[in-house]
Write a protein that binds this ligand. Structure first.
Ligand SMILES: C[S@@+](CC[C@H](N)C(=O)[O-])C[C@H]1O[C@@H](n2cnc3c(N)ncnc32)[C@H](O)[C@@H]1O
Length: 199
């Protein structure tokens, strides 16, 4: 099957089953950030059913992708979809907790897409940083989390830890990378290594 056909089937299935996949409004910003590095290798945290991995594979036909998922059913669906799309040779699906899997991988990765547990973005970035190439770009989804992260509005108690952790993530990437936030959807932060770090 063509990648496009598999993507369409996955999207319909994910919407019906309530599986979270990349929102349409954020897709172009992610794919543009990804393609801008002409990546040879991509690392994604949070495969779900393989939708965003296949989107990146379609936009960047020369790239190999490692993608990590904790949920065995989602991982299995992703493996099947990726095989159906003829991409099994260049997308490797890892099953397990990203905090355990990332240290077992070897870089360099030119693009890192953080789309796993939002409260763990900074932890996952720290683990992945040694694997990033000098020109790497990092994208993180949902960083504005329902507008609560940067608005100054009161944060409901149940979201306080998550919002605090996303603020910590943004403070870190703003201090150490050139970071822009695409506000479409729930906010996609795109961070590029600062050139002076390599002078
Ligand atoms: C928003 S979904 C990913 C969507 C996917 N990137 C897409 O757009 O098609 C987040 C995924 O992260 C997975 N996840 C949660 N905790 C994780 C962990 N500790 N390690 C790896 N994956 C995790 C969830 O099971 C879920 O499928």
């Amino acid at each position: 099957m063509e990648i496009r056909d598999v993507l369409q089937a996955l999207e319909e299935e994910a919407l019906a089953a309530g599986v979270p996949i990349l929102r349409e409004s954020e897709r172009e910003a992610l794919l543009e950030a990804c393609a801008s590095t002409a990546p040879k290798r991509i690392l994604e945290i949070g495969t779900a059913v393989g939708f965003s991995a296949l989107l990146m594979a379609e936009r960047c036909p020369g790239a190999e992708i490692d993608t990590v998922e904790l949920d065995p059913d989602r991982h299995a669906r992703a493996v099947r979809a990726i095989a159906d799309a003829g991409c099994a040779g260049r997308i490797r699906c890892h099953l397990g907790d990203a905090a355990d899997i990332i240290p077992s991988l070897s870089g360099p990765y030119d693009f890192l897409y953080l789309d796993g547990p939002k409260g763990q973005y900074l932890r996952h970035l720290y683990l992945a940083e040694p694997l990033l190439s000098p020109r790497a770009v990092i994208a993180a989804d949902n960083v504005l989390f329902r507008g609560l992260v940067e608005s100054g509005d009161p944060v409901p108690h149940r979201y306080r830890t998550l919002v605090m952790r996303l603020r910590d993530y943004l403070a870190y990437v703003r201090a150490h990378y050139d970071t822009a936030i695409h506000p479409e959807g729930d906010g996609l932060a795109v961070s590029r290594k600062k050139e002076e770090r390599y002078e």
